[in-house]
Design a protein around this ligand. Structure first.
Ligand code: NAD
Length: 421
């Protein structure tokens, strides 16, 4: 069945990507099968006391896709659409991502099916603490280290860290990353993913000879990743002509005042506000089809599909989000000469600085912002060059090249460890 005939399941997308890369790598079929399977999956149904005195039952997940190269690593998502297949796909992408940037982590992911926008801070805290307790046998600094993802933030990480520490009887900084600075968080972690999207897009621009100054940039999603990526482009002299969130977007072909848009987003949780009336309103579907130089999808999966790929008018796509493009759309983009910096490279700045945070926590060190920024930039530039090199040598698109690099490293580690017993 093709993606045209059914609702797109992110796990199907992730599996097809592995098949494409595995064929190119001529992977041993046994190893290929092993790395497609998730190692551990936990589903929990748990009660939470709500503000009105009622009790609501939530469903949560934690999945470790692969821990061959190191402990599981991956975010926690709070969203109504969270389900097991989505968490599996996101965990798998984390495995390849950590391997692409060559840091010693495996891949994991978690989430709770909920609508965080309709919950009070106290309800969110109750839900987070109980979810942490439910998955506590699976997480830990040596086992699996959660981090923020869609609709979770440093405060949620603080609650996870506190609950886990209470269970252990001592403070365990290294159980999560993306914590507030006051609780062992790392300088540069909050900006890391958006900054990494910018660094890798800049490398693509250098390769393609596109000047960043004056370039037209369109950003879907105005959260941690999209908002910060927009800021970096803006500071570098590019024109962010459109940006959106779940309620819609704003567009101004002369370029938006990004600091004002971000201030409004902070104040009203929405980019479309009276104060941000510096652009016209635009629907999310239209935003993706705007004529631009850089398109930065930074919201959710399956945004560029067979339905809209022929209408995409950009030179470069740098994927802030995980899984925003389907394999069918990938092929068409490649054929049309649109350069894609794939998610497992473009948004790898987050996991890279999470790794720095974890290292600092385990060694009780504090690195300077400059040190972190230098290390991040070096790792991302090196990884971009490695992926570009494979793409040119093998004559494949950048996603296949990145998957070949990541999956190749995981397969090699699997061979070296051997199959027990
Ligand atoms: P976030 O919660 O901070 O922001 C998400 C943003 O997307 C919000 O502005 C929200 O309004 C918007 N959004 C939701 N649905 C939308 C839609 N249909 N159309 C347009 N906008 C929509 O989340 P985030 O951390 O920025 O994560 C965004 C993406 O980046 C996700 O795919 C996530 O997995 C990925 N990612 C995040 C990190 C990280 O460090 N936070 C790292 C790697 C990848």
């Amino acid at each position: 069945m093709t993606e045209k005939e059914k609702k797109i399941n992110p796990l199907d997308v992730a599996m097809r990507q592995v098949d494409i890369a595995a064929e190119r790598l001529k992977l041993d079929p046994g190893i290929g099968e092993k790395i497609k399977k998730t190692k551990r999956e936990l589903i929990v149904h748990f009660p939470v006391k709500m503000d009105d005195g009622s009790v609501e039952i939530f469903t949560g997940y934690r999945v470790q896709h692969n821990v061959t190269r190191g402990p599981g690593k991956g975010g926690v998502r709070y969203h109504p659409d969270v389900d097991l297949d989505e968490v599996r796909a996101l965990a798998m992408w984390m495995t390849w991502k950590a391997a692409v940037v060559n840091i010693p982590f495996g891949g994991a992911k978690g989430g709770v099916q909920c609508n965080p926008k309709s919950m009070s801070p106290r309800e969110l805290e109750n839900m987070t603490r109980r979810y942490t307790w439910e998955i506590s046998m699976m997480i830990g600094p040596d086992q699996d280290i959660p981090a923020p993802d869609v609709y979770t933030n440093p405060q949620v990480m603080a609650w996870i860290m506190d609950t886990y520490s209470i269970l252990k009887g001592y403070t365990v900084h290294g159980v999560v990353t993306g914590k507030p600075l006051e609780l062992g968080g790392s300088l540069g972690r909050f900006e890391a993913t958006g900054k990494g999207v910018f660094i890798t897009a800049q490398e693509a621009a250098r390769h393609l000879n596109i000047p960043i100054e004056g370039a037209r940039v369109v950003v879907q999603g105005c959260g941690n990743v999209g908002g910060i990526a927009a800021q970096y482009f803006d500071r570098a002299g590019a024109k962010v002509i459109a940006i959106s969130d779940s309620s819609g977007g704003i567009y101004n072909k002369k370029g938006l005042d990004i600091s004002a848009v971000l201030d409004c987003k902070k104040k009203y949780s929405c980019v479309i506000t009276p104060e941000a009336k510096m652009g016209e309103e635009i629907k999310n579907e239209e935003l993706l089809e705007l004529d631009c130089d850089f398109l930065i999808p930074s919201a959710l999966e399956n945004q560029i599909t067979h339905k809209n790929v022929s209408k995409i008018k950009t030179k470069v796509i740098a994927e802030g989000a995980n899984g925003p493009t389907t394999p069918e759309a990938d092929q068409i983009l490649f054929g049309r000469g649109i350069f894609v910096v794939p998610d497992i490279l473009a948004n790898a700045g987050g996991v890279t600085v999470s790794y720095f945070e974890w290292v600092q926590n385990l060694q009780e060190l504090l690195w300077s912002e400059e040190e972190i920024s230098d290390r991040l930039t070096r790792i991302l530039k090196r990884s971009f060059a490695e992926v570009l090199n494979i793409s040119q040598r093998e004559k494949v698109d950048m996603r296949t090249a990145a998957l070949m690099l990541g999956i190749g490293r995981v397969a090699e580690a699997t061979k070296l460890r051997g199959i027990y017993p």
